[in-house]
Design a protein around this ligand. Sequence first.
Ligand SMILES: [Zn+2]
Length: 228
Amino acid sequence: MAEHADVPPETGPGAPRQATAAHAGAPLETGPGTPGSAGWTGGPQARSDTGAPGGGPGPDGEMPRGAVSAPPTAGGVGAADVRAMQAALDEARRAVGHGDVPVGAVVVVDGQVVAARHNEREATGDPTAHAELLALRDAAAVVGSWRLTGATLVATLEPCPMCAGAAVAARVSRVVFGAADPKAGACGSLYNLCADPRLNHEMPVEAGVLAEEATELLVGFFADRRSG
Ligand SMILES: [Zn+2]
């Protein structure tokens, strides 16, 4: 379970490009007719065990790669991401208590949430107090290293350039986010700092996990603010 916690190829509707990346390192080896990751271009560098035949059987047969745009099966491979996202959403709701935009983030290591934070920009007056950055800092403290290889950053909103940059700096292995952010998103919307070969680290991105919940939270927050 732990070994595969960060590989479920949940296929969000908005990100076919990244959905393929999310399959890197997933149990492709078990798929009929798709041995290993030969010819796979979706960012295998993010996983050290790419192509390793002994990587384990994976949760099930997995959909063939031609079907990456198909909806995930119920209770299937996206379950770990969904659970982590629910924790991130819980964090996001806490931000509202101090007037901050409800964005939450957790860091998952070996299938466990090791850090969970929410946006504290207003609460602290710190322009860098984004949920993702705070969660990465906490995770590094827990792990005992700035290097978070193997970790998954899960955020309710697409990380901004600062936070995506922090994920790169931390060598995070994977990023999962909920709602896309067309105004500031740096994991596919405006930029993709997670998949830029000019940078010294790349990682697959899974977009659109529980995106509706994340969006509802944000829309509700701004609607309340306008009416209040
Ligand atoms: Zn940010």
